[in-house]
Write a protein that binds this ligand. Structure first.
Ligand SMILES: [Mg+2]
Length: 330
């Protein structure tokens, strides 16, 4: 049997794997030029964000390469979504360790193809190099929105409702399952939690509808309490959320019913890539109908208050103190 095909040189790699991803972007010039151009509709402006992922830190060497690529796109789309932008294009930086096969990169490119189609983006350029270190993939994403309409982290006001899309905690529990924890959990729940960790579900279709309604928005990547803390800090307000109001998947409910202390993981775990926002009660019905029409669940989990910091009311009505990676009862 022939061995795995080694990587071709950089130019052949671009021609075979990356140029097909750029064919729908006229300003990418087939990835044959020094730079690309991005046409922005009149009245719009570009929103730019970058997230990179490192082998051994953000993904494991034996993770499926298409899922690594999809997570790379999705964590960036999530940042665009939180700002109310529509995804448009991206630049890709690739650092490959020696020994990566053509098949691995082909599967990686297939993952990019699937998700750039899903989110309406095209590759417009990038750079590739080899090194003796781990694999590193860096993506710079561009989105558009009407000039001046970007949603910021600051702007939340006392009395606003604290809202969250989707469910919380699944990704952090999925990582625990991958590490061999929660061995008693049923197979379907395990698979569902792992999927949420490996392939998050960003919400650009909700983000664009929050423009003009939400006072402050971010996406949850560091953990619910930490990210709400970031929003409060920039907005110079406090917030109180109730554990009993948190939107939970059936798998996470199953975990909590057997191990109630995992509420700490749900509150502080990261990687959910849901949208967390503050909206005045008067604007909430409009948010609700926009979210329902896009089939994105949105849940009110608390309220913005004067002051500073995040207070969490626990399942039994007792305040929980949440600190860093864990939590403790008062
Ligand atoms: Mg973010």
């Amino acid at each position: 049997m022939p061995g795995p095909e080694a990587l071709p040189d950089e130019f052949a790699l671009i021609a075979r794997l990356f140029a097909p991803l750029a064919k729908d972007a006229p300003g990418a010039y087939g990835l044959l030029d020094d730079a690309a151009t991005i046409a922005v509709p009149p009245g719009d402006e570009l929103v730019v964000t970058k997230d990179l992922i490192v082998e051994g830190v953000h993904f494991l060497p034996n993770d499926p390469p298409d899922l690594v690529a999809r997570k790379l796109i999705r964590v960036n789309v999530s940042d665009l979504a939180a700002k109310g932008a529509t995804p448009l294009a991206y630049l890709l930086g690739v650092v490959l360790p020696r020994g990566v096969t053509f098949d691995w990169m082909k599967r990686f490119a297939n993952g990019l193809a699937a998700d750039q189609a899903r989110y309406g983006m095209t590759l417009i350029g990038g750079d590739t190099t080899a090194s003796d270190g781990p694999a590193v993939f860096s993506l710079t994403a561009f989105g558009t929105l009407p000039r001046g309409s970007i949603m910021r982290r600051g702007g939340a006001q006392a009395g606003d409702l604290v809202c969250l899309s989707g469910t919380v905690g699944d990704a952090a529990l999925g990582l625990k399952v991958l590490k061999g924890e929660l061995p008693w959990l049923d197979e379907a729940s395990r698979a569902g939690l792992i999927a949420r960790y490996q392939v998050p579900e960003p919400r650009p279709e909700l983000g664009v509808h929050l423009r003009g309604l939400a006072h402050a928005v971010l996406d949850v990547s560091d953990g619910l309490v930490a990210d709400l803390g970031h929003l409060c800090e920039v907005s110079k307000v406090g917030a109180e959320i109730e554990a009993a109001l948190l939107p939970l998947s059936s798998a996470t409910q199953a975990v909590l019913s057997r191990e109630p202390t995992q509420i700490g993981t749900v509150l502080t775990g990261g990687d959910d890539y849901e949208i967390l926002f503050a909206v005045p009660p008067s604007a909430f019905p409009a948010v609700q109908s926009a979210a329902a029409s896009r089939r994105v669940p949105v849940t009110v989990i608390g309220r913005v208050s004067d002051g500073a910091g995040v207070r969490v009311i626990g399942p039994g009505g007792m305040p929980l103190a949440v600190k860093g990676g864990g939590f403790r009862h008062f």
